[in-house]
Design a protein around this ligand. Structure first.
Ligand code: WT7
Length: 647
């Protein structure tokens, strides 16, 4: 019999999986959803009581004064305690918390007891050096176990942490340290990526030249390469650890005390510091570990994200540890030394649950089936995808070649702002449709609406909004409550605006269509057109710049920059190279434009606004069909289409 086209196939949950699943069928899902919808207070307080350990109980489940939400008002707890102490106290101290593999092949296994010990020692050090609740620590480290140790040590004391991805440049790091007015920086000499050292301390030194708020810098030794230590400011982690003690009880912190700030790109040149607090965030991380990843005590769970992104916060550190899971961390690149590195890791550690991005799947798919075929992937029982829409062809390859047609795929939609997964299939319950994130989780009231906030019809495109507050929702933007209100709560009446477009099919499944604002999604990394434009116009040769995302087979979108230059440049090829290096210096290599086009002028409206919509059309279709009557110089478009600097 002929199969229907990929995007129309439906994969029913497999009985063997459903039988043992946390949510075993659709009626169980619907019952949970209804309960959360009808009785949110009972629903969430029941879970909070069962799933978290408290020092003091809350007096009110939630308080909602739009756009300000508070959850478990008056309750006291500690995130690190919930991730470590309670598991050790319950006799689970010997269970591996992290299984770690460095890129060069070194390995460590840290039990819950050992991880607890490392965290206590490091928080003891921080406390002894006078760092206190409410102060801020920037963490700029490779993916070694000491990165989560640093996060948890901060959480133990109530120090607000902000992890900056190691791929960010010194300039980007500096901007974050300054915005956060950080008191402490925790970094390392370097880390390994594709056999090369990423020299983190060097970048930190450059950033720190202009950061008066920073009192001390703690440096973890990872690569052993020579670095400069500034006396009076820089301290070696291993030297501090020598005098550390283990008695460092977890501070009882307010349910709403800030846990971390994570910077992400918005629609302006300035990144925004998304603030998450403690109890609600942790609760939704744990619940999604159970509902979506169906994690069991015996599972080896692997999320490939770097802790520099929100996925690493919620699904490498807080979610798996709060759930008491065993989680794998790999330091390096998926293609080093060869394209089967990830599959070898799955085979070696018998990984059961594997969570990664569509970009990674597409990049590995392109290398051919021989790489996964050479490894035993039979331990896998569940696959996950996050960060961008997954196209049906990549979904199908993931399902067939990696999952051996055995493993459900959970396509999880969420954002830095939502803190935890919001829309996703439940692997034992939801019939899967490739490319559809499917249904909102219990307690998540998602809807597709028009700009007035009215639901659109089945099959129509609209804005994805969330109509009620949820526990792990961002609380504000650091130092910018106005922007928080404007960005998320003033766009669509009565709802949280996600910035994504979506559509629902006749069965109610959500398909996420992508961003509707000036945010691009490149390899699942969020980039702002404005941020790259601001970086470009800082270069002395650049007069104006406009950046748009163009579709890319592997990375989803690729950065395309239109640039006008100041003086008579002749070597455009060299300038393009120079500008790519410049963007890497200003932001990080991952933000480098894939394509730079030089133009005499950019298309603008009569009021002088750059018409990005036209440029987007130009790079997508190579033909411009939009209404161009407001253009100042229509000939510009033709010239833009003609002159192009290919890679
Ligand atoms: C944006 C959020 C959430 C962790 C990683 C990214 C896009 C995310 C999906 C998905 C389609 C997705 C959205 C969203 N996105 N997951 N399953 N299907 N699109 O976090 O950097 O905050 O980006 O990523 O456009 O708004 P982020």
């Amino acid at each position: 019999m002929q199969q229907p086209p990929l995007e129309d196939r439906v994969y029913a949950p497999q009985p063997a999986f459903s039988r043992r699943a946390h949510v075993p069928d659709m009626s169980a899902y619907q019952a949970l959803y209804e309960q959360a919808h009808q009785h949110p207070e009972e629903f969430w307080s029941g879970l909070a009581e069962r799933e978290l350990d408290w020092f003091e109980k809350w007096s009110q489940v939630y308080r909602w004064e739009p756009p300000r939400a508070e959850w478990f008002v008056g309750g006291k707890l500690n995130a690190a305690y919930n991730c470590l102490d309670r598991h050790v106290a319950a006799g689970r101290g010997d269970k591996p918390a992290f299984i770690w593999e460095g890129e060069p092949g070194d390995q460590r296994v840290l039990s819950y007891r050992e991880l607890h010990r490392l965290v206590c020692r490091f928080s003891h050090v921080l406390r002894a050096r006078g760092f206190k609740a409410g102060e801020r620590a920037i963490i700029y480290m490779p993916m070694v176990p000491e990165l989560p140790v640093a996060m948890l040590a901060c959480a133990r004391l109530g120090i607000i942490h902000s992890v900056v991805f190691g791929g960010f440049s010194a300039e980007a790091l500096k901007a974050r340290i300054q915005d956060l007015e950080a008191n402490l920086v925790i970094t390392a000499d370097g880390g390994w990526r594709r056999g090369k050292e990423i020299r983190l301390k060097e970048a930190a030194d450059e950033a720190l030249q202009d950061c008066p708020s920073v009192r001390e810098v703690v440096v973890y030794r990872r690569t052993g390469s020579p670095i400069a230590m500034q006396s009076g400011r820089d301290l070696w982690w291993h030297e501090l650890d020598r005098d550390a003690a283990e008695d460092c009880p977890a501070e009882p912190l307010d349910a709403e005390s800030p846990l971390y700030v994570l910077y992400t790109s918005g629609t302006t040149g300035q990144p925004k510091g998304i603030l998450h607090t403690t109890a609600g965030y942790l609760l939704q991380c744990v619940m999604t570990m159970k509902w979506v990843f169906d994690v069991r005590d015996e599972d080896i769970y692997w999320c490939t994200a770097d802790a520099g992104w929100v996925t690493g916060h919620s699904y490498v550190v807080y979610g798996p540890l709060a759930a008491g899971a065993t989680s794998l961390i790999y330091e390096g690149a998926p293609d080093y030394p060869a394209f089967d590195r990830w599959w070898r890791i799955v085979e070696k550690y018998r990984v059961n649950i594997f969570y990664t991005s569509p970009t990674a799947i597409r990049a590995l798919l392109r290398q051919g089936d021989q790489w996964p075929a050479g490894c035993d992937l039979s331990s896998l029982r569940l696959l996950g995808s996050v960060g961008e829409p997954i196209n049906p062809a990549a979904w199908e390859w993931y399902y067939r070649v990696i999952g051996g047609e055995r493993c459900p795929i959970v396509d999880t939609w969420w954002q830095t702002e939502t803190g935890a997964i919001m829309i996703a299939p439940l692997p034992g319950a939801t019939p899967l449709k490739p490319g559809r994130a499917s249904f909102p989780l219990p307690g998540v009231q998602a809807e597709v609406v028009d700009f007035r906030g009215r639901p659109v019809e089945t099959g129509q495109d609209g804005f994805l909004v969330i109509q009620r507050p949820w526990p792990s929702m961002l609380r504000t933007i650091w130092r910018d409550p106005r922007r928080f209100e404007d960005q998320y709560w003033r766009r669509i009446p009565g709802a949280y605006f996600t910035g994504d477009a979506a559509r629902r099919d006749a069965d109610g499944y959500f398909t996420i269509l992508g961003r509707v604002d000036d945010v691009m999604n490149v390899s699942g990394h969020r980039l702002s057109t404005m941020e790259i434009e601001s970086a470009l116009v800082k270069h002395p040769a650049v007069a104006e710049a406009a950046v748009v995302g163009r579709p890319d087979e592997i990375t989803g979108q690729a950065v395309c920059a239109f640039v006008t230059v100041k003086t008579g440049q002749s070597d455009y090829h060299a300038l393009a190279e120079e500008l790519r290096r410049w963007v890497a210096h200003e932001i990080g290599s991952f933000a480098k434009p894939a394509e730079i086009r030089f133009a005499e002028a950019l298309p603008k409206t009569r009021s002088g606004k750059i018409m990005r919509r036209l440029l987007r059309e130009l790079v997508t279709s190579h033909v411009v069909t939009g209404d161009v009557t407001t253009l100042e110089d229509m000939a510009v478009i033709a010239r833009l289409a003609a002159r192009r600097d290919d890679e």
